[in-house]
Design a protein around this ligand. Structure first.
Ligand SMILES: O=C[C@H](O)[C@H](O)[C@H](O)COP(=O)(O)O
Length: 280
């Protein structure tokens, strides 16, 4: 009787062990598969960003382009690489002056040994090229996901043509369809609480202070300010021009990441390798 009891105990233990092993193996395999799919997605997105950026540069930056505004973010890197290729390999655009819209853009220009300009000496920009976090059907943009909206808007506003480059995930019918992190708003640090409350009272949703990931405390922008990310109410029809104007008027707001009536054309790298161009 005792030996039967022991045998059943051993069998039960063996079954539990095998089941656990199977579950561990399965969840390990699922995690590996998940990582591989994410890596493939990242590769596809990078390829799309690159195609969009190179196409836009080749169509918009010509020998007549004297002053070029350089935006920020991961897509713009490919635009700068293409410009550098044309300057250093193809011997074109040697007099082109590049005006940065962020610390990152300034360093990209320096790293690729392009001519660095500024708005003091080059206030009239021929073309500005920049990325976007989301673009709606009216070509209203959300920008500032990387924290660089203020200088970007100034540079874009000085350009005759403002060209947006992005991958296919940025192309939406309505804002908030794909970009879920809200509208970035650059604010004076001492005013972030009243501004947050003011925005929420005016337009609903929730505005939260953007916190740093590997620094204690909030993100500090290139201009020494804080960022609020305003998660507006999904599916509500906002008049983005009105929203942008109203938020900009709140004391302490430096700039919003809503770019209304600014973009001239948007170039999207598509999943199939083609480029889609959106016009106003
Ligand atoms: O603050 C960042 C800028 O507005 C970027 O242009 C925007 O976040 C898009 O960046 P990415 O090209 O990396 O998607």
């Amino acid at each position: 009787m005792l030996s039967g009891f022991l045998r059943r105990g051993v069998q039960r233990a063996r079954f539990t062990f095998t089941q656990q092993l199977g579950e561990d193996l399965l969840s390990g395999a699922a995690a590996t598969l998940h990582t591989q799919i994410r890596m493939m997605d990242d590769i596809a997105l990078d390829a799309a960003k690159k195609t969009a950026a190179r196409t836009a540069v080749d169509q918009w930056v010509t020998e007549d382009t004297k002053i070029l505004g350089i935006g920020s973010g991961s897509t713009v890197v490919y635009a700068v690489q293409r410009i550098a290729e044309r300057v250093w390999k193809e011997g074109e655009l040697t007099d082109l002056i590049c005006v940065p819209s962020s610390y990152q853009a300034r360093h990209l220009i320096l790293d690729y040994n392009l001519n660095l300009g500024d708005l003091d000496r080059n206030p009239n920009i021929d073309v500005a090229i920049d990325g976007a976090d989301e673009v709606d059907r009216h070509m209203v943009l959300i920008k500032g996901g990387g924290g660089c909206l203020l200088q970007e808007k100034v540079v874009a506003s000085c350009a005759k043509h403002f060209i947006v480059v992005a991958d296919y995930t940025k192309n939406s019918i309505r804002l908030g369809e794909q970009w879920c992190r809200g509208v970035p708003i650059e604010v004076a640090p001492m005013a972030y609480v009243p501004i947050k409350l003011h925005i929420e009272a005016l337009f609903g949703g929730e505005a939260s202070l953007r916190m740093a990931k590997v620094k204690a405390g909030p993100i500090v922008t290139d201009n020494g300010n804080f960022l609020l990310d305003w998660k507006f109410i999904a599916n509500r029809e906002y008049d983005w021009d009105e929203v942008n104007r109203a938020i900009t008027l709140i004391p302490g707001v430096l700039e919003t990441g809503l770019f209304v009536n600014m973009a001239h054309k948007c170039y999207y790298g598509m999943a199939n390798g083609s480029v889609k161009v959106q016009n106003k």
